[in-house]
Design a protein around this ligand. Sequence first.
Ligand code: MG
Length: 388
Amino acid sequence: MRLLIHFVTLSFLASNLAAEGAFYGDPPDAHHPWAIHDLNRPQPPRVEPGTFSSQTEPGKPPSDAIVLFGGTEADLSKWQSAKNPTEPTKWIVQDGALLCVPKSGYVRTKEEFGDCQLHLEWAAPAKPAGSSQNRGNSGVFLMGLVEVQVLDNYDNPTYADGFAGSVYGINPPMVNALRKPGEWQVYDIIFRRPLFKDGQEIDPGALTVFCNGVLLQDHTPLEGIGGHKARTKPRPYPEKGPLQLQDHGNPVRYRNIWYRPLPARAVEGGTNGYLTEEAASAKKKEIASNIRLDATKLEGKAKMYRLLESLCYESNDAALKESTAMVATFLAEVKQIPPAKIESRKGDIMELNNAVQYLAKYQFIPGDFAAKGELERIIKEQGWDKKK
Ligand code: MG
C-alpha cells in the first residue's frame, strides 16, 4: 500500500513537473524526441553506489551490478571450462580469490552479455617469474572475443600493444599505472560491441579502460577482435557472449568481478542521443500519446496546458481542437473581468501567452490561432509588454 501511495505521489509530481517545464527550451526536432530540459524525459533510475576496494578488502558492487565472482566457493558455479563448457572449471577459489591453475585452460562465465561496464581486480604473482609476455599473463576477453591484456608489466617491458591494459593487438594503454606484482590491480572497463547493419559497420565498437582509476583506453575503436601476430579486420559480434579469463600458464588471481549491462545506443534503437528521423518520430508519437493520456486525468488549466504541450511532439486534431476550445473559454472569462481587476490575472495571462508564443514560434499551432492576437492585445493594453 505504501508503495502504491509512493507511486501515485511520484506520478502526480511528474505531471506537475512536466507541465511546469513545458514551453521552455528548444523543442523536440527531427532527431531529438525531447525538448531541451524536457521534464517528460524519464528520470535516471536510482542505483546505490558501492564502495572502493582496499588491498586487504574488496569493495562492494553497486546495487544493480550482476556479480560474477564475489569471493566464495559457490561463485565457481557461475563459471565453466571454456574448452569443455559441460565441465566445471579447474580454476580454484583461494583466500577469496579466483586463481588460475596453470594449464587448466581458459575459464568463462555461464552468463552471456554484450555491452557492459565491467569491474574486476587481478593480481600477478608477488614474486615475478619470466619476462615480457611470460610474466603474470592472463587476459579479460569481453564476449570471449576481444582481450584487455592482464600482464605483470610493473617492471617488465614487452611489445606495447600487448601491455597490461592494451586492447591486445590493437592499441597500447596510454600509460603504465600498475601497482607492484602481488598487489591488487583494479580494472574498470566500458565495452561496446561492434554493430553492423546489412553487412555495413554502423559502429566499430569501443573499449574504455581504467587501471587503478587511471585512464588507459579512451573509447578505443575496435578492429575486429584483435589477436596475436595477425591484424584483424572489422567484423560483427554476436549480441552476447561470455566473459572469458585467460590461462596463459601463470597463477594470476581475480576478485570482485561484476558487470552492469549498458543501454542500447541510438544506432541500435536506444532513445537517448541523436536519433534517426524514424526513431525520433516514433518516440515523439509515444511521448505525445502519454501526455494526452495524462491530460485525460486532469481538469481545467492543467489539462489545457498538457494538451497544448502534446502538440510539440505530434500534431493531433482532437488535442488541438480541445485545447483551442479551452483557451477560448479562458479568454472569454478574462473578457468578463472589469479592467480594474485584470491585474490580478496577470500571471495566468502571461503564462498562457508564453505557451502560445512558444507554440506559434515553432509552428506547433496554426498561424491563425486566434488566441495569439487576443493575448497580445490584452498584454499591450495593460502595458505588460514594456520592460520595467
Ligand atoms: Mg593475455
